[in-house]
Design a protein around this ligand. Structure first.
Ligand code: MRU
Length: 384
């Protein structure tokens, strides 16, 4: 019997085989294939071509990637690679401090390399920095004598930090869903864009958490998914996972949402985000801005579901957020049997847009719901 997509893990660490396993999301919905990523190059490539995607999922992948890198670097430090077995290394005049310095140099390179795979979702750099800092802390706290033990201790510190990011994601998404549930009622019609679902997280998703938790309570939501051009995350992923979960889902092309709203068919919009600036401006999948404008026109609440890891207080406004530009083939020919545009046509293909804070009704985090003024209220939520 064909397994349900919800039975698969979006991202998992296979520590025994030194790899990260992901569902190859470029092949969904017709083919469920698990990819094993072992090298930094494989991991960066999988993130860049959206085989694994969605802000939290790429953060988790980045954290596991840094753990695998630390294992490899430490192995090469303790075996016959540069500068030789640890005893030889010491014999040849390398001090423990030289070895640790080299370890951190290489770890920092790995962090930078993975971080370059996609620029907009702050979860990636957040998770990489968090795991890197865990390594620094473990090194500071180590009290033994032997350099091999010290490296093991550091590597283990990174693993614990990466696994904590993975584990916390479930609770974080569930809490976002619990807060979101207070904003809707049984029978409501909810619209979502792109995929901020289980396939972008470990469980529940962010924007879809309200839908999963509503279903657990026996609510009957009617869900509309935008197909999300050009890579169709809404139809290939969200429509797939929500219908696999037994929900009532209707797919619409991106340009149909305004008419759904005008016809009174939408009670609330829930979207995810890749980065929220301190003032509440929100970067999310291209097309989110149009939805927010239309929702405002028709007085429909527009909610952004944002794990606190996605709020970037270092970006003052949306103008500080780097927007990823992607290959033109995604618009003109990729996945089509025939070209869908004239040869050599100019193409505009940003992966994200920024929704102005004044179009957003509320930002829902695991710590609670923030309303305007976001500058003040997001800080309050972050400070607990
Ligand atoms: O390009 P993608 O598929 O990674 O874009 C994903 C989105 O825009 C999501 O809405 C966002 O990352 C939040 S996922 C919980």
């Amino acid at each position: 019997m064909k397994k349900n997509i919800l039975d698969y893990e979006t991202v998992r660490l296979n520590d025994e085989h030194d790899c990260i396993e992901i569902i190859d999301q470029t092949r969904l919905p017709d083919d469920i294939k698990i990819l094993k990523l072992s090298t930094q190059e494989d991991i960066r490539d999988a993130i860049s071509r959206l085989a694994v995607r969605g802000a939290p999922a790429i953060g988790i992948t980045g954290a596991f990637a840094l753990y695998l890198a630390s294992k490899e670097i430490s192995y090469s430090r303790t075996h016959n690679e540069v500068p030789g077995s640890m005893e030889v290394a010491n014999d040849e005049g390398y001090s423990d401090e030289d070895i640790i310095k080299e370890f951190f140099l290489q770890l920092s390179d790995a962090r930078e390399y993975i971080n370059l795979s996609r620029p907009t979702a702050v979860d990636l750099s957040w998770a990489l920095n968090r795991t890197y800092e865990a390594a620094v802390k473990a090194n500071d706290n180590f009290t033994g004598d032997y350099i091999g033990d010290r490296l093991d201790y550091i590597v283990n510190g990174i693993k614990e930090a990466a696994c904590a990011i993975y584990d916390n994601n479930i609770e974080m998404c569930r809490k976002i869903g619990e807060h979101a549930l207070t904003l809707v009622k049984d029978g409501d019609s909810l619209l979502t864009h792109c995929n901020a679902g289980k396939l972008a997280t470990v469980k529940y998703g962010t924007a879809t958490s309200v839908m999963y938790l509503g279903k657990e309570k026996g609510y009957n939501f009617k869900i509309y998914c935008d197909e999300t051009r050009p890579l169709l995350q809404g139809s290939r992923l969200t429509a797939f996972e929500l219908s696999s979960a037994g929900m009532d889902v209707t797919l619409a092309c991106d340009n149909m949402s305004a008419s759904l709203m005008k016809d009174g068919k939408i009670d609330a919009v829930f979207v995810g985000c890749d980065r929220v600036a301190a003032n509440g401006d929100t970067a999310n999948k291209i097309g989110t801005l149009l939805l927010a404008i239309a929702a405002k026109r028709y007085n429909i609440p527009f909610y952004v579901c944002a794990p606190s890891s996605t709020i970037d207080f270092a970006s003052e406004t949306g103008n500080d957020i780097v927007i990823e530009q992607r290959d033109i083939e995604e618009v003109t020919s990729m996945w089509f049997k025939k070209p869908m545009a004239p040869e050599d046509i100019n193409v505009y293909n940003p992966a994200f847009d920024v929704t102005d804070a004044d179009l957003i009704t509320a930002i829902i985090t695991e710590n609670g719901i923030a309303y305007a003024p976001f500058e003040e209220n997001l800080k309050k939520l972050a400070e607990g």
